[in-house]
Design a binder for this molecule. Structure first.
Ligand code: PLP
Length: 396
């Protein structure tokens, strides 16, 4: 066993706070009993503000991908025309699920690293009216880009008021503001292992009244993922099938921590950690993949420089306790990703950057000691609204 815990800086699963870990090790309870009902109610109530909805939310024991599948099979029928807006690997996955279940999927393929452009979406909707649904990714974990969901949804509501808007926010919700009802979004999916400070195993899905109505006529096959069964069961404080109780314990505790911090505090912490990560990586000479106008607040992707032996570099990072994520799909080997979501602290980000700094110096890169940590500290202070007099030029 390692003496020290690694700094797990992948974009989920995230490291867990001590009380969340303890919660996960608690004895089982009867999932048809009152204790479970009270916990389910606490979780649903605690999550609701993060979804920004007054509509019903379902908690399913499944990975995030199961949540995406639930969004598709519950609202669509084979042959339905669907517009899949993909800005990366997870956008591709969402569209693929719809296609495999028989939807007639047209894709908008956005260059990886860019966000979807509302004007391009408008053109696509106007050019071919009649889409039953548009699939959007809120936070594209593979590229570190956050889509402007409010603006994209506004275009859809304007051009195609009846079209369903299904959003993958597996790695966004809980970390950044989201207003499902105000933005006119119909289905939002998130996952326990991302912002919620818990282990993998649960997908949380909110559906608008329009989406719940669509489920009555949608004909894609579904049993385990039938959201109507989940909603009915939740109404009596239960789940239709045996849930991952240990993960629910953890989400319950995660939400307790988030509630104590306050949503605004949670959002500010993510913003500061993201700003620190970006500034630190830039100061180390790495180029960031994402269009910085749409940089993710939960994960940052940087290009691996051509003159860097990434495999050897990464082995050294791990030796110093830093675990980063590599690239996915066509970005494998060309980027690395630093996750900053869930219970992430600024100190963890500064720690990660100090390791990157040290290993960069060890392999002979032209990096001044302290440069990344310093830049990150300044960016985080700015994000928190604190201006350092020295950084502002008032001191030595
Ligand atoms: N969508 C996004 C944006 C994700 O980041 C992930 C996981 O990283 C998924 C979907 C899939 O979630 P899971 O791996 O839990 O199936």
């Amino acid at each position: 066993m390692d003496r020290f815990e690694p700094n797990l800086r992948i974009p989920g699963p995230t490291g867990l706070p001590p009380t969340v870990r303890e919660a996960g090790s608690r004895q089982m309870i009867n999932h048809r009993g009152p204790e479970f009902a009270a916990m389910l109610d606490r979780i649903l109530t605690g999550m609701r503000p993060y979804f920004g909805t007054s509509s019903d939310i379902a908690i399913i024991t499944t990975a995030g991908t199961g949540g995406l599948e639930a969004a598709v099979v519950n609202t669509l029928s084979p042959g339905d025309r669907v517009l899949g807006v993909s800005i990366g690997s997870f956008g591709d996955r969402f569209a693929k699920i719809a296609r495999i279940y028989g939807a007639d999927v047209t894709k908008i393929e956005v260059e990886w690293g860019q966000a979807a452009d509302p004007a391009v979406l408008r053109e696509a909707l106007e050019a071919a009216p009649g889409y039953r649904a548009v699939l959007l990714t809120h936070n594209e974990t593979s590229t570190g880009v956050m889509n402007p969901i409010a603006a994209l949804a506004a275009v859809i509501r304007d051009v195609a008021p009846e079209t369903l808007i299904l959003v993958d926010s597996v790695s966004g919700l809980g970390a950044v503001p989201f207003q499902m009802d105000a933005w006119g979004v119909d289905v939002v999916v998130t996952g326990s292992q991302k912002a919620w400070m818990a282990a993998p195993g649960l997908a949380m899905i909110a559906a608008s009244p329009r989406a719940w109505t669509a489920m009555e006529t949608a004909t894609m096959p579904r049993v385990y993922l039938d959201l109507r069964a989940h909603r009915e069961s939740h109404a009596s404080g239960q789940t239709p099938w045996t849930p991952a109780i240990a993960v629910l314990y953890q989400v319950d505790e995660g939400i307790r921590l988030m509630t104590a911090e306050g949503a605004e505090g949670v959002f500010a912490r993510h913003e500061a950690c993201a700003a620190a990560a970006r500034a630190g990586l830039l100061a180390l000479g790495f180029e960031l993949l994402a269009d910085q106008l749409h940089a993710s607040r939960t994960v940052t992707a940087a290009l691996v420089p051509e003159d860097l032996d990434w495999k050897a570099f990464n082995i050294s990072l791990k030796r110093h306790g830093l675990v980063l994520a590599g690239g996915q799909g066509k970005l494998a080997g060309t980027i690395f990703r630093l996750g900053h979501l869930g219970s992430v602290t600024l100190e963890e980000i500064l720690g990660a950057l100090s390791v990157l700094e040290r290993v960069s110096i060890e392999v002979g890169r032209a990096v001044r000691p302290g440069v990344a940590v310093g830049a990150a500290q300044v960016a985080a202070l700015e994000a928190f609204g604190v201006v350092s007099p020295v950084a502002a030029g008032a001191g030595a």
